[in-house]
Design a protein around this ligand. Structure first.
Ligand code: DP6
Length: 344
């Protein structure tokens, strides 16, 4: 990582940063899911979504503008990226260059600590960090809302990782109106216990799966319609610090999203036998009086929402069921640029 080029202090620097910037961002897990785009090019979703940004699995990205270079270079975990991952980053840089009125290519160096493409939100932390670093390196002075809109263009869920804690992504109906913002949660400090059941890359990307679901699933519309109620009820529950209700809504919203995929033609199924075993364990925990609620994304891994003080007990139960690694996460920070001293 090019530590000697670290500049800037905020996500919204006013001055160009000498063409080099480094940013950190964390993944977020949606409690009300984003699943389905109304506009593929602008990445405008059909529904609002709400998430929790985590304090684990950060991505660190440096963007170095290289005058005279003929192509962009993208290094992912020390290895030159090729194919679709590289193309997505290059297209994103094109967008940033258009906004900045610049033409120079860049070297992008990314270190991802979350397994890539395993339904663990690597694209959220990845594009939030890339948006913050690229905007700074090309001298765009973006406020947090504009940064969220920019990150959205790389990957929808990245719009939410610009912010720490709970974040609500307004679906909007245009580039200008589709962005995330922080959501207050009265005194809530939950944990998310992540069962790493399978960290291999998924067979179908979330991008392809959500397109296929929107196009073919008879359950898509009813689920999308239900998201409005889920969101209103969850915001109220967050406002009064009611983890039980937040968890109940998160679990039903996630199961509903997976139902839309199972009803697609042909079906998309991310849930594995181990996923169902953990879901059973979560039900047993609830019967034993522990507030624990499950959510799953585009992969078999389960994230269990619970009170911070119950996290070790939940982790122990999940670990014994799954015999796989378990990570305990809490509320994490939003995307940040590093300063010269390496502080954020
Ligand atoms: C299931 O943000 O990865 O995790 O916008 O096509 O890049 P693209 O999709 P992405 O989808 C995330 C889907 C989800 C639910 C969520 O995070 O809200």
């Amino acid at each position: 990582m090019a530590a000697d080029c670290l500049r800037g202090a905020e996500t919204a620097p006013r001055e160009p940063l000498g063409g080099c910037a480094t940013a950190d961002a964390h993944p977020n897990i949606a409690l009300i899911k984003y699943w389905g785009k109304r506009d593929e090019q602008l990445v405008l979703p059909w529904t609002d979504s709400l998430s929790l940004t985590l304090d684990v699995f950060p991505t660190t990205t440096t963007v170095q503008v290289s005058p005279g270079a003929r192509t962009d270079v993208v290094i992912l975990n020390g290895v030159p990226a090729v194919g679709e991952p590289q193309q997505r980053v290059v297209s994103f840089l094109e967008l940033v260059r258009d906004m900045a009125g610049r033409e120079e290519r860049a070297v992008v160096n990314t270190r991802n600590t979350v397994p890539t493409g395993a339904g663990l939100a690597s694209s959220a932390s990845g594009f939030a960090a890339l948006a913050a670093a690229a905007a700074a390196a090309y001298g765009l002075g973006l406020d947090a809302t504009a940064l969220s809109r920019l990150a959205r263009r790389g990957s929808g869920s990245a719009a939410r990782s610009v912010f720490g804690g709970f974040a609500l992504w307004h679906a909007g109906d245009s580039d200008l109106t589709s962005y995330a913002e922080p959501v207050p949660a009265a005194g809530l400090d939950p944990a998310l216990v992540i069962a790493l059941l399978d960290t291999g890359s998924k067979a179908v990307t979330s991008r392809a799966a959500m397109r296929h679901t929107v196009e073919t699933s008879p359950l898509y519309r009813p689920w999308a319609d239900s998201c409005g109620t889920d969101l209103a009820e969850m915001r109220a529950a967050l406002g009064r610090g009611d983890l039980n209700t937040v968890g109940e809504i998160a679990e039903r919203n996630a199961l509903g999203m997976h139902a839309t995929m199972l009803a697609a033609r042909p079906a998309v199924r991310y849930l594995a036998p181990a996923t169902l075993a953990v879901l059973d364990a979560v039900l047993r925990l609830r019967r034993d009086g522990i507030a624990a609620y499950a959510t799953m994304d585009a992969g078999p891994n389960v994230k269990v929402l619970c009170h911070r003080q119950d996290a070790q007990r939940v982790a122990q139960v999940v670990r014994s069921i799954a015999s796989r690694p378990v990570v305990v996460a809490h509320c994490g920070p939003g995307a940040r640029l590093r300063t010269e001293a390496g502080r954020t």
